[in-house]
Design a protein around this ligand. Sequence first.
Ligand code: GLU
Length: 550
Amino acid sequence: MTNQDLANLIFPKVSSNILDYEKKYPKRNLKEGEVVTRVAPSPTGYMHLGTLFQALIDYILVKNRGGVFYLRNEDTDTKREVDGAIKLVMDTLEEYNIMPDEYEIDGKTIGSYGPYRQTKRKEIYHAFIKYLIEIGRAYPCFCTKEELDERKKQQEKNKVRTGYYGKYAKCRNLSLEEQAQKIKSGIPYVIRFKSEGDFNKKFIFNDLVKGKLELSENDEDFIIMKSSDKLPTYHFAHLVDDHLMGTTHVIRGEEWLPSVAKHIELFKTFGFKAPKYIHTPLIIKKEGNITRKLSKRKDPEAAMSYYKECGYPTLAIIESLMTIINSNYEEWHTKNPTCTYLDFTYSPKKMSSSGALYDLDKLKNISKNIISKMTKEELMEESFKWASLYSKELKDLIERDKDYYMGILNIEREQKKPRKDIAKYDEIMDNIWYMYDDVYKEHEKTYEWVGITSKEEINLITSTYMDKYFCLKDKESWFNGIKELSESLGYASNMKDYKENKENYKGSVADVSTVLRVALTSKSTTPDLYEIMTLLGKERIEKRYQSLEK
Ligand code: GLU
């Protein structure tokens, strides 16, 4: 019995070898400095903010240097797979305008290094595993779960490192005959890698974010092929896929850092050049005085769907992620205000190695800025798209009269210092409902009176205004009207004068304006009152004033 016999016994149908696959997937034709990156989600039906964070780095690196960005569907955990999960990732990448160059979706493949879906690559993995068995660097392991649990318990009791290594790697020492005989008698098995590493020996690993790290060599005979479906584990699929697909930079979460020694030993065993690694920090959030990992279970903002539902412009999320991708991004953007994030040169060295703090308040500010710079047409279109999915109420209002809606949006917009009051589209309704009579009528509202609260006085101000001083000719005449109204009722029309001689007046023009504002909208703070009045027009204003409680 030879290694070759064992390999043939385990993989009788595998006829292609590594060289065949290397010929089928030749080295990519890259120009000097070009890179190949990939996003490799598992299809769990949930898209984490971290996936977009990593994909964004993949994308920018390729934009900076040229090359290829591809998507690989890591679906080897068939039990966790959710239908449509990769479509969700692809749709999100498309919405964010960071589409991969190569991918596979709904049976359609773009790119010549596929299949880009791991369950379709089983044959390829088997050829690579077969080779390891042939050279005596992989073996079948028949240990049961109970045996493995028992071994772990003993290791814990004896206070030694847990794991399947050295003298604890029981099946490592079975003879080829014993292995073959067990396989033939139908005992279930996994395939393990046969490590030659020494845990007491160190090697230097250069992570592009974390710098040079001194790590212990791997000595674990870890599983490379599962028993039930004969699919590879992550460690092994990573080796095969990133080798054949020509990945130059692996950008992945730092939870993979403890596995690096395994990966390096695998690459060495095959004589393949390992890719460069960028282990991204965990996305963390602040809660009171503590910072903690953004949790899928506790934090709605961990899911990409959250941002879509709230109606954040996608650029706001990208900009906010850019600030945690590189610490110098904000400074760069302030200095280069007309550039977009795609003009920025990403540097792994300028990435925090200890946690990327994601702050929703900061996102809101970024978003307010972005929305304030949109034209009324852009904001109308974007908010309409959002409303079509999430708010029938807003959608109906927009459809009723798009020009009127844009008129409202345009108040204090398209000017040097635009108003920054909307961070996300789900806040729009709250800012505009009082501009629609029927909604205004139905809306549960509290009149936010400030200063002047007497009903009699309020009615006197509004009725005198409409009778004698109402004017919408232009902003100056409009304001003069309010000043004259103020004077006629014993209020100072000039603030300076009022401050110096308060005792001579009932109040000031500011108090009068507030009454006109609250009586019209029920709110004490709104965008420009002149513009609101202009949009509403005399008749509607009059009706609202008349409908106030007498
Ligand atoms: N499928 C792996 C994950 O979801 C990807 C890790 C990698 O990018 O290599 O964590």
